[in-house]
Write a protein that binds this ligand. Structure first.
Ligand code: ADP
Ligand code: MG
Length: 270
């Protein structure tokens, strides 16, 4: 008979990728206070795909930046694999992708993807190997020598994702990465992102204000509401995987979309 052991710091770190406990964030600017987040609580299991969904100004980016150690909370505690976000950042646990791909025009695709590896002086042979794998993973092999200005917006964003994965981060933080793309490109990149997630097992935190996108991608959708930003509800999405274009035509998919919309309507966001 096995006796239940109390959890150790190590075992907690293995079962929780990210935890937020009573996290609040108040900005001070021009003598004015903005409560961007109030008492946010969230546990993310390793390998989850979590979407932060809500209208503009509800604190999605703030929460993402707190997790990624780009901001420090006014109060509350964040842990990433049992560590402080600062420690996790130093351990290169994060890859980050923003809405604008921020590529360097004078570097070709290969050299854009390699940039972080160059900065951290990863040996050239290892750099080449990893870059080749990443370009293959993101369907960029034929564009290895192209320059960013020769690529469509969707291709540029793929380069940014490949670059974010260069250190094989355990956590990918994405802030509206497909927000500037047309609907069809966005759907294609949604599929590619799911494939990448299946292949790498990366924990993904994905900010969006698209309800269909959040439902299609996620293991759980975190619905947020503004003034002050808080988590309204967390909705597990139990649609079968792998998900593909046909998922978007199933009754279950529409039911989840309706459920999320109802939640936002109750809060007078819709
Ligand atoms: P979202 O990403 O959901 O649109 P944000 O997290 O960017 O929302 O912002 C949440 C709130 O915090 C907004 O009211 C915004 O104006 C405010 N805010 C965000 N960043 C700052 C900052 N650096 N200084 C002051 N206020 C900020
Ligand atoms: Mg934002």
């Amino acid at each position: 008979m096995s006796v239940a052991q109390p959890p150790t710091a190590q075992s907690v770190a293995e079962t929780v990728a990210i935890s937020a406990e009573h996290v609040s964030m108040t900005f001070q600017a021009q003598g004015r206070q903005t409560v961007a987040l109030a008492d946010v609580n969230l546990d993310v299991v390793p390998g989850e795909f979590i979407s932060l969904l809500g209208p503009s100004g509800c604190g999605k980016s703030t929460l993402l930046r707190l997790i990624g150690d780009l901001l420090q909370p006014t109060s509350g505690t964040l842990r990433v694999k049992g560590k402080t976000p600062e420690r996790a950042r130093r351990d290169r646990e994060y890859g980050i992708v923003f809405q604008a791909p921020v590529l360097y025009d004078w570097r070709n695709v290969t050299r854009n993807v390699q940039l972080p590896l160059e900065i951290f002086k990863v040996p050239a042979a290892e750099r080449e190997r990893r870059t080749k794998d990443l370009l293959a993973l993101m369907g960029l092999r034929d564009f290895a020598q192209s320059y960013p200005w020769q690529l469509s917006g969707g291709m540029q964003q793929r380069v940014a994702i490949a670059r974010a994965l260069s250190f094989q981060p355990s956590i990918l933080l994405m802030d509206e990465p497909f927000g500037a793309l047309d609907e069809m490109t966005r759907e294609r990149l949604n599929m590619e992102l799911l494939n990448l997630w299946h292949q790498t097992g990366t924990t993904i935190i994905f900010v969006t204000h698209s309800i269909p996108e959040a439902v299609f991608l996620s293991t759980r959708v975190v619905v947020m509401t503004p003034r002050p930003g808080k988590i309204e509800r967390i909705i597990p999405i139990d649609l079968p995987r792998p998900r593909d274009a046909s998922t978007r035509e199933t009754p279950g998919y529409f039911e989840y979309i309706t459920q999320v919309r109802a939640c936002l309507r109750e809060e007078h966001v819709l």
